[in-house]
Ligand binder design. Structure first.
Ligand SMILES: [Fe+2]
Length: 191
């Protein structure tokens, strides 16, 4: 989507579609589903797999954004932010693994290639020219907050689909994202 990739930052709240409908529209192609003795109904598994693949794309995008911040941050808080952003990258990499492996357990195919992620992510693209710590704090906290929002929405979706385990996976991730958002935002809140 052109608007999403144009590095527009600063609008109060970027337009976001509900995860369920947007992920369906952006789905490059329907993937097969594997047979499993898991007793969740196939119709449920199909919906959960699709929703989790949508969040997987966002999660992998967020992971790369944290690394982008880690590499490029400069200024007096360099070492603290450089290390914090790498910690976030590592944690978010773990969240991607949780999402991907949950949907594979349900018979799905984890769709986590760079090409699919670029097409499907709902996050605003990370600006390339940021350098100051405050700029990276603003940009990465935006991304964390947005991912946190869609993951929280995902918990509700999983509850509606009666998949308590996927809801639990997303709850764990949501809890972690809220913590990282705190760690990043704390750099702004003392001023
Ligand atoms: Fe590094």
């Amino acid at each position: 989507m052109a608007s999403r990739r144009s590095n527009q930052r600063g609008s109060a709240s970027p337009k976001r579609e509900p995860a369920s409908s947007s992920s369906r529209e952006r789905r490059p192609e329907a993937s097969p589903i594997y047979a499993t003795k898991n007793d969740l109904p196939e119709s449920t598994r199909r919906e959960v797999i699709e929703l989790l693949n949508a969040r997987l794309a966002d999660c992998i995008d967020l992971e790369s954004q944290a690394k982008q911040a880690h590499w490029n941050v400069k200024g007096p808080s360099f070492i603290a932010l450089h290390e914090l952003f790498d910690d976030i990258h590592e944690a978010v990499d773990g969240y991607a693994d949780l999402i991907a492996e949950r949907l594979v357990q349900l018979g799905g195919i984890a769709e986590g290639t760079v090409g699919v992620v670029a097409q499907r992510t709902t996050l605003v693209d990370y600006p390339l020219v940021l350098s100051k710590g405050s700029e990276h704090v603003a940009a990465l906290s935006d991304a964390l907050a947005e991912f946190g929002r869609v993951v929280r929405l995902g918990i509700e979706e999983m509850n509606d689909l009666k998949d308590a385990d996927s809801a639990d996976v997303l709850t764990e991730i949501s809890r972690g994202i809220d913590k990282w958002l705190w760690f990043v935002e704390a750099h702004q809140q003392g001023a």
